[in-house]
Design a protein around this ligand. Structure first.
Ligand SMILES: Nc1ncnc2c1ncn2[C@@H]1O[C@H](COP(=O)(O)OP(=O)(O)OP(=O)(O)O)[C@@H](O)[C@H]1O
Ligand SMILES: [Mg+2]
Length: 408
């Protein structure tokens, strides 16, 4: 997997991306339609005009909660109450938000639609309504968001990720899991199912249940899903590490990725079936931990560790600019490895990515994006920073909840 191989692959790689995006009642946009090409797309505008919201909308063409990890209820367009009123957002209409897009994957094109559906669940004593994101491909509802991966994939950078290496492990785990989805669609289903089972298990225990009839099958299912999740994470890390080893350590530093997790580590030493047995028993042993608000060890606690390879420095001890560069290195490696292994590129969503990058890094990043021939959506408050792309990119400006294309 050297640079020559990648160049050949890029030459033959399938063009992919969004050719038309339509938003309805999405964040600050009552209605927005954007026609795009499969090239870099630069979106500029003042603070608070709606640049990130456009990228977030594109991120909803992948499984999960999008680039901001938002709650579904926060996305629907609201009109804040007058300043004199007590703050209570007013909903604009009964129908909820929707995003639809025409996407290309080589010669094939698909219409992806996603929106929120209101459902209700009847319990013994009350009816609860809840919202769920539904997805349609060419007008047909799909049973699982994970299937989106057949038609569209995306990698993203958002400014809040600058703190990814410093805080708790949960955002790092989600970041890694999203990298895995792109190669293994089942991973999205498995992680969602695991979370669901874990909640059910925790609820039973907190309600005082000691009934093995209910608890043991849950623990068995969690263990088997958990081992599959751990194995997929390990495979992804190995894939990216081999890929990165062959990359030059240039403007963006070379990284080493590691997994720090009980189950992932056991997979180094034991066959998967034995790890599954171990995990099942471990969960049973840890029932008490849950009751005393103690930690329950397992794949829900695994950490994704990143090192600055040349400096042998853990990412959390690197400078702010270095951490951002390490993140960009991982995102670029993922993009390239998807091109190599899958033959088509993910769409890159890069929110304020050039802020705080020095001139050399900014130029290098833009050049790499052009070389990769991917559709990259890039936001910034300053269009001047993208002069180098004036012949290669589409430029849009956002203001007044509208977006218009402009010449550089
Ligand atoms: N559900 C919602 N309904 C209506 N407006 C919303 C909703 N959620 C967020 N907004 C508003 O959308 C506007 C644009 O937000 P966005 O984050 O896209 O701005 P931005 O152009 O990326 O700004 P910045 O340059 O500061 O990053 C903000 O004023 C925000 O308050
Ligand atoms: Mg923004």
């Amino acid at each position: 997997m050297d640079n020559l191989a990648l160049n050949l692959q890029l030459h033959n790689s399938i063009k992919s991306g969004v050719s038309r995006l339509t938003l309805t009642d999405f964040r600050n946009y009552p209605f927005l339609r954007l026609n795009t090409d499969l090239c870099p797309i630069i979106i500029t505008g003042e603070n608070g005009t709606g640049k990130t919201n456009v990228l977030e909308a594109v991120s909803f063409l992948t499984p999960g909660r999008g680039l901001r990890g938002a709650r579904l209820a926060d996305i629907k367009r609201i009109r804040p109450a007058l300043v004199t009123d007590e703050y209570a957002p007013t909903e604009i209409s009964n129908t909820s938000w929707a995003v639809s897009a025409n996407v290309f994957k080589g010669d094939e094109s698909f219409e992806i639609g996603t929106a929120v559906e209101k459902n209700s669940k009847e319990n013994e004593d009350d009816i609860r309504s809840y919202e769920r994101r539904i997805v349609k491909i060419d007008g047909n509802k799909i049973s699982s968001q994970a299937e989106l991966g057949k038609y569209f994939t995306a990698v993203w950078y958002a400014p809040q990720m600058d703190r990814l290496f410093r805080g708790g492990s949960q955002p790092r785990r989600s970041f890694l899991d999203r990298l895995v989805y792109a190669f293994d669609m089942e991973h999205a289903k498995r992680t969602a199912n695991f979370e669901h089972l874990y909640k059910e298990w925790a609820q039973l225990l907190k309600n005082g249940s000691q009934d093995n009839h209910w608890l043991v099958p849950l623990e068995e299912n969690m263990a088997s899903l958990g081992v599959a999740i751990a194995a997929a994470r390990r495979e992804q890390i190995a894939k990216l590490n081999t890929f990165i080893e062959h990359e030059p350590d240039d403007v963006f530093p070379s990284v080493r990725l590691e997994l720090d997790g009980l189950i992932e580590k056991l997979l180094d030493k034991m066959p998967a079936v034995d790890v599954e047995d171990f995990y099942k028993n471990k969960l049973k042993e840890q029932r008490r931990n849950l009751l005393y608000n103690d930690t329950v060890d397992g794949i829900n606690r695994t950490d994704f560790k990143v090192y600055y390879r040349k400096k042998h420095m853990p990412a959390e001890l690197c400078s702010t600019g270095e951490q951002k560069s390490l993140l960009i290195s991982i995102i670029l490696a993922q993009t390239k490895s998807q091109i190599l292994h899958q033959g088509f590129a993910p769409v890159m969503l890069l929110d304020e990515v050039v802020a705080h990058l020095d001139d050399i890094k900014r130029s290098a990043l833009l050049e790499k994006i052009c070389d990769l021939k991917v559709q990259a959506w890039i936001t910034s408050t300053n269009p001047e920073l993208f002069y180098a792309l004036k012949n290669d990119a589409l430029f849009f400006e956002v203001s007044g909840n509208k977006i218009r294309q402009k010449d550089f």
